[in-house]
Structures are given as structure tokens and as C-alpha cells.
Design a binder for this molecule. Structure first.
Ligand SMILES: NC(=O)c1ccc[n+]([C@@H]2O[C@H](COP(=O)([O-])OP(=O)(O)OC[C@H]3O[C@@H](n4cnc5c(N)ncnc54)[C@H](OP(=O)(O)O)[C@@H]3O)[C@@H](O)[C@H]2O)c1
Length: 261
């Protein structure tokens, strides 16, 4: 392993990224395509993932497909996974479970339907998709990578927002990451998580804009600023590539040091 290419190249790999219609999912897709992976991009806003797929094909000379699917529905997951495997002509060996929702509300009045949807999108969907990917890889006797997008709020509670469903599901996803890492290590399927801090995206822009919030987040972040969406890219390539061949069950904080103290 004596070239950067050998350490980080994803040529010949097939990646599936959920929530690739905006924010960090778009960044994950760029990072994986930059490293040479072929891609299936999933979100409900089909036009967006199809447009991104065309852009990535031209920019990075990879194969990319955009697939409209609601990951809260098992049937959508199953058909999107089948379509992705078929159109990319082989087993998906990199899965990025990035789609997520972050409903807010006082814990004592938190709406049941919002709780259920957060559970479905943030925790159940990553499990179901991971099962599809792992079953196919195990049957084909091939190794793979699963990367789950958790959050600093899978480790600590939020003092800025009332995020009971979010915090609970992200903490669940962090420990699901460890459990799957242990169970699938014998098959060479490495399972890790990325836990971002505050990064401006569609999900967070409104909250960041509220008076005092940005300053408060910056104050508790050792690096003294919010993250930029593209700062997620390095971690995704690392966890998908040979560079992390002895890393499994880890939760990698990309948070400017927010959870370090
Ligand atoms: N930004 C941050 O500060 C931050 C910090 C920590 C963790 N995260 C995590 O990073 C991930 C991406 O968040 P983001 O900040 O990039 O937010 P975002 O821009 O709102 O992106 C969320 C993505 O999830 C997709 N999604 C939501 N519900 C879905 C469903 N039912 N089926 C399919 N796709 C669905 C959305 O696509 P459609 O609406 O098109 O379906 C969208 O692509 C999330 O898991 C989030 O919790 C973000």
C-alpha cells in the first residue's frame, strides 16, 4: 500500500447513499465519486437525485443512478436496493445510511407521529438497508463497508433544541453500529459511524438563523465555528476505503471538538 491511490481509491466499488438529495448526503456522494465509486443515490425528491447522478457521472467519470424512494417504507427500500444492484451490475459494497429527520418539540408533548417517523427514518431504515447489503455480500462472500450518519446528539443531549426523538434514534444508531460491527466482522463487513456537529444544511439552517443559536453552538465548539458541509467528505472516503481496514465499530466525531469536553 505505497500510493495514495491504493489507500483511498474506490474504483470498482458500488456505493449506495440515502438522503442524497440535499446537505451531507450530496457531500457523501461527491466524496465517493471523487474516489471512483459507482453510485446509487436515494431520496424522495427523485428529480434531485437524478440530477446529481448526471452531474457526478460527467464530473468524475463514474456510473451513477438516482432512485426515488421513501426509506420509511420497507417496500421502497427493497425495490430501491434491487434497482441499485441491477443498474450498477453487482453487489453494493459501500452503504451510507445518511437520510435523517430531526423533528423538534417539548418532550412532554412530543407528537407520536413525529416520534414514529424519526424512528423509521433514522433507525429502522438503516437496519433494513444494512440487512439487504449484508445478506447479498455474505452470499457472494465479499467484504464491504457500512457507514451510519449519527450525530453529536447520539452521544450527548442538546441544550439548544428539544430533540428527544432525534437524540434517542441517533444514540440507537450509534450502538447498532457497534452491534453490526461485531456480528459482521467475520464476513469482512466493517461498520462505522460518522457523528457530525452543527453544519448548515436544509435541516439546520432555520435553527442556526434563530437569534443566539449560532453563537451558542460556536461557544461550545473548541474550534469556535460551525462545520462546512464539505468537511464530511474526508471521513466518508476514509471509512469506505482501504485506509480504514482495521477500523470497525467506531463512531468518528466530525464536530470541531464539541463532544471532547
Ligand atoms: N447538518 C448537521 O448539522 C447534522 C449534524 C449531525 C447529523 N446530521 C445528520 O446528517 C444526515 C443528513 O442531514 P442533513 O443535515 O444533510 O439534512 P438535510 O439536508 O435535510 O438532508 C436530509 C436528507 O434525508 C432525506 N430523507 C428524509 N426523510 C427521508 C425519507 N423518508 N426517505 C428518503 N430520504 C429521506 C432527505 O431527502 P428527501 O427529502 O428528498 O427525501 C434529504 O436528502 C441526517 O441523518 C442528519 O441527522 C446532520
Amino acid at each position: 500500500m505505497d500510493t495514495l491511490e491504493a489507500l483511498f481509491s474506490l474504483r470498482g466499488h458500488r456505493a449506495l447513499v440515502t438522503g442524497a438529495s440535499s446537505g451531507l448526503g450530496v457531500e457523501c456522494a461527491h466524496a465517493l465519486a471523487l474516489a471512483g465509486a459507482d453510485l446509487a443515490l436515494i431520496a424522495r425528491r427523485e428529480d434531485r437525485v437524478k440530477n446529481l447522478a448526471s452531474e457526478l457521472e460527467k464530473k468524475y467519470r463514474v456510473r451513477a443512478v438516482g432512485i426515488g424512494a421513501d426509506v420509511a417504507r420497507d417496500a421502497d427500500i427493497e425495490s430501491a436496493f434491487s434497482q441499485a444492484s441491477r443498474e450498477l451490475a453487482g453487489e453494493i459494497d459501500i452503504l451510507v445510511n445518511n437520510a435523517g429527520v430531526s423533528p423538534t418539540g417539548r418532550a412532554e408533548n412530543f407528537k407520536r407521529d413525529q416520534w414514529d417517523n424519526a424512528l423509521a427514518v433514522n433507525l429502522t431504515a438503516p437496519m433494513i438497508l444494512s440487512q439487504h447489503v449484508a445478506r447479498a455480500l455474505i452470499a457472494a462472500k465479499k467484504p464491504g463497508r457500512i457507514i451510519n450518519m449519527t450525530s453529536i446528539y447520539g452521544t450527548v443531549a442538546s441544550s439548544v433544541y428539544r430533540l428527544s426523538a432525534y437524540s434517542a434514534t441517533k444514540a440507537g444508531l450509534a450502538n447498532l453500529t457497534r452491534q453490526l460491527a461485531v456480528e459482521w466482522a467475520p464476513y469482512g463487513i466493517l461498520v462505522n459511524a460518522i457523528a457530525p456537529g452543527w453544519i448548515p444544511t436544509e435541516a439546520t439552517e432555520g435553527g442556526i438563523a434563530k437569534p443566539g443559536n449560532k453563537e451558542r453552538m460556536e461557544q461550545f465548539t473548541p474550534l469556535g465555528r460551525l462545520g462546512a458541509p464539505e468537511e464530511i467528505r474526508g471521513a466518508v472516503v476514509f471509512l469506505a476505503s482501504a485506509a480504514s481496514s482495521y477500523v470497525t465499530g467506531a463512531v468518528l466525531a466530525i464536530d470541531g471538538g464539541y463532544t471532547a469536553w
